[in-house]
Each structure stands twice: as structure tokens, then as C-alpha cells.
Design a binder for this molecule. Structure first.
Ligand SMILES: NC(=O)c1ccc[n+]([C@@H]2O[C@H](COP(=O)([O-])OP(=O)(O)OC[C@H]3O[C@@H](n4cnc5c(N)ncnc54)[C@H](O)[C@@H]3O)[C@@H](O)[C@H]2O)c1
Length: 308
């Protein structure tokens, strides 16, 4: 009998991690989730997964590795709030760097085969050319993406010790289950506000752009990354730029609520343009984004509608 693969997902009660857990379970894999529920929700956790409420910084993380013996780790737990990272860079680095090292040490001690890491478009900083390719200069401009780049370097170090890895530099991911509180995704904030008759805020003139990728496409890239050559780093985005004004208009049209956003001064350190060239993952792993923005927005709106 072929042994079932055991996947451990850190951050598996969160937005992307929980969708990933659902897909891995569909493929017949055994899924272990480690999440401290600081942002994630118990209701996101697939009933067929084994759930541990634990911090990735906790030395007792080792007990989970010892008991469950995962073959592969998807490392998606992180402090993801850029503004929080500027206000509390030490707290941010503790989770995103030291927490990750704790995960990596356990990978080493318990002979995990591979780790897939959720990195970010933020490692490039303000792009010099668009769509941005993996060979673009790296220049993160705030602590959160600095931690992502730092972890990529640690992954190379652990690779030299025998741990296989793939890092996915995601663009802006959106979809059902994304938080609309705090500095959650702009898509979920706009949808939630419009459905509830509330005004949204747009920072600056709204002409800043982002590359919005639907969560199912982000998950598909993670699954394909299982067969990526060791040490691969891939951009994962649509290659299409959408301005915040355009995004608002699309959601506004879709929800049918004519509420105009409030424009306020731009936030310090915000990137003006963002869009990823993902031809490397297309060529090597045959990944393609399947979801058009309008379709993904409809799915997300339906989820919020049923939730409210
Ligand atoms: N959403 C995006 O647009 C995007 C873009 C690029 C990269 N990423 C990365 O993808 C990953 C998942 O992001 P998401 O949008 O699903 O965010 P999320 O906040 O929904 O998920 C992160 C999860 O990690 C958990 N977590 C946080 N700190 C923890 C700790 N110390 N110990 C254990 N669990 C902890 C949270 O409770 C949460 O469930 C993150 O690493 C994020 O940096 C996300």
C-alpha cells in the first residue's frame, strides 16, 4: 500500500491556508494544521484535518512534528499586516523570522522532505519595471516584506543542509474567508463595506495598482510547487494591473450599492504600482491563473452575502 503523504500547514486556519487544506484533503492527503488563531478562525478548519492550536514560536511545536511526522510543510503562518510591522517591527520579526526558524529547525530535526513558503511581491519594493520578473532587484521597503526576503535567505541555508524548498512570491490574493477587519485585503474591505452600506476609504488618488489573484489560483500554485525543482522561487500573479479606483467600481457595480468612497492622503511607504510576471511558474510547472477578476469578485461577494 502507498503511504499517504502527511502535509503540515502552518496558518491553516487562515485565509489562504484553509483553502489549501481543503484542496490537499480532496487529493487524499493527511492534513495537520498548526495555527494560534491570532487571525485565523476555527470555523475555517476542515473537519478532516488534525488541528493544533499552537504558536509557531512555541518550543512545543517539536511535539507535533514528533507525533505527526509530516512529509511536507506549507508555511503560511505569518503576521501579515504591513502597518503593524512598521509599528512593532520586533513583534513582526519574532513571528515571521524567529517563528519560521523554529519551523525550519523542526524540519531539520524530523527530516521533513520539503517546505513550500508563502513569500510576497513586497520583496521587490517599488518596481523599476512592470510586470516584475524574479530577476528584478530586491528592495523591500517595510519590515513585513523584509521578513519575507529574510526567510527566503534562510530557506537557501536550510537547503544546503538537505531541506528542499519552493518559495511563492504571491501578488495580492483575494477571495472567500479573507478578513475584512484591520488591514485585511482591500477586496474584502470594499465588499463588506458596500454590502453593509458603509463608506470605504481610498488612500491617495486611487490610481495605485495591484495584481489581484483569486485564492483558488494561489492554492493551485502551491500544489504544483510540490514538484518544483529544489530551491525554486516563483512569482505568482496574473500579470494584470488593476487600479484601486477600477477595483472599487467593479465591486460597486456588482453589489449594486452606490456609495462613493472617501479619498484621504496616501499612506507612507505604499507601493504605487504592482504587477507580476509569472512566466517562470507557467513554463516550469504549467501554472495558469484561471479566474478572471470579475468572476472572483462575484464568488467573494456571494460568500460575504451568505456570511452576513
Ligand atoms: N493575502 C495575500 O494577499 C498574501 C500575499 C502574499 C503573501 N501572503 C502570505 O500568505 C500567508 C497566508 O496569508 P493570509 O492572507 O492567508 O493571512 P491570514 O492572516 O488569513 O493567515 C495567516 C494565519 O497564520 C496564523 N498565525 C499568525 N501568527 C501565528 C503564529 N505565531 N503561530 C501560529 N499561527 C499564526 C493566523 O492565525 C492566520 O490563521 C502569509 O504568510 C502571508 O504573508 C499573503
Amino acid at each position: 500500500m502507498i503511504k499517504k503523504q502527511t502535509y503540515l500547514i502552518t496558518g491553516g486556519a487562515g485565509f489562504i491556508g484553509s483553502h489549501l487544506a481543503d484542496e490537499l484533503i480532496k487529493t487524499g492527503g493527511r492534513v495537520i494544521i498548526v495555527d494560534n488563531l491570532s487571525a485565523g478562525k476555527k470555523e475555517n478548519v476542515n473537519k478532516k484535518a488534525v488541528f493544533y492550536k499552537r504558536d509557531i514560536l512555541d518550543p512545543k511545536l517539536a511535539a507535533i512534528f514528533k507525533k505527526e511526522r509530516p512529509d511536507i510543510i506549507f508555511h503560511y503562518a505569518a503576521q501579515i499586516d504591513v502597518r503593524k510591522s512598521t509599528k512593532d517591527p520586533i513583534g513582526d520579526a519574532k513571528i515571521n523570522i524567529l517563528g519560521t526558524i523554529n519551523v525550519l529547525e523542526n524540519c531539520r530535526n524530523f527530516k521533513v522532505g520539503k517546505i513550500i513558503f508563502a513569500s510576497s511581491v513586497g520583496v521587490y519594493g517599488e518596481p523599476e519595471f512592470l510586470p516584475t520578473k524574479e530577476n528584478h532587484p530586491l528592495g523591500p521597503i517595510s519590515p513585513y516584506p523584509i521578513t519575507k526576503l529574510t526567510v527566503e535567505k534562510y530557506l537557501s541555508y536550510y537547503k544546503s543542509l538537505g531541506l528542499d524548498f519552493a518559495a511563492l512570491r504571491y501578488s495580492n490574493i483575494y477571495g472567500p474567508r479573507q478578513s475584512s477587519s484591520g488591514e485585511g485585503g482591500v477586496v474584502s474591505i470594499f465588499i463588506d463595506n458596500l454590502l453593509n452600506g458603509k463608506k470605504s476609504v481610498i488612500y491617495g488618488n486611487g490610481e495605485q495598482t495591484r495584481d489581484f489573484l483569486y485564492v483558488a489560483d494561489a492554492v493551485k500554485a502551491a500544489l504544483l510547487a510540490l514538484k518544483a525543482p529544489s530551491g525554486s522561487i516563483y512569482n505568482v500573479g496574473t500579470g494584470k494591473e488593476t487600479s484601486i479606483n477600477k477595483l472599487y467600481k467593479l465591486i460597486f457595480r456588482d453589489t449594486g450599492n452606490a456609495i462613493h468612497p472617501k479619498k484621504v492622503p496616501p499612506r507612507f511607504g505604499e507601493i504605487k504600482k504592482s504587477c507580476l510576471n509569472s512566466s517562470k511558474i507557467k513554463k516550469e510547472l504549467n501554472w495558469r491563473p484561471k479566474w478572471e477578476l470579475e468572476e472572483g469578485l462575484k464568488e467573494t461577494r456571494n460568500w460575504f452575502k451568505n456570511k452576513n
